[in-house]
Ligand binder design. Structure first.
Ligand code: ZN
Length: 115
């Protein structure tokens, strides 16, 4: 009969693998797995400063602007559905590519909530 600790470890391995199925996994220097997808989500999830977001949306971005606030402003403008990626980029002071990247992150469920 196999050792109980061994079995517990196997179970936790399986749980980890199931939780991160389809995610981008890297192995760090000490051989531990790290989920890039989840850590990206975690990093882009800090509480946003609505005041800063409003300023970005209105075209007067605060200096410096936090990436999370800019992302929130992009999503807010995007939700109105009136502006192209390029127009949103000009408004919030980033590249159109960044707007596209932020939209993709939202579609992937990495940032923003359902609106
Ligand atoms: Zn993950």
């Amino acid at each position: 009969m196999e050792c109980r600790r061994e079995r517990d470890r196997e179970r936790s391995e399986q749980r980890w693998a199931a939780a991160h199925a389809g995610h981008e996994i890297v192995i760090n220097s000490v051989g531990r797995r790290r989920c890039v997808t989840c850590s990206l989500a975690w990093r882009s999830a800090p509480v946003t400063d609505q005041d800063a977001v409003d300023r970005v949306v209105s075209g007067m971005p605060p200096e410096p602007m936090r990436p999370a606030d800019r992302a929130a402003a992009v999503l807010e403008l995007d939700a109105r559905g009136l502006l192209s990626a390029q127009e949103i980029a000009v408004r919030v002071g980033c590249s159109a590519r960044t707007v596209v990247r932020i939209r993709a992150a939202r579609r992937a469920g990495l940032i923003g909530g359902a609106r």
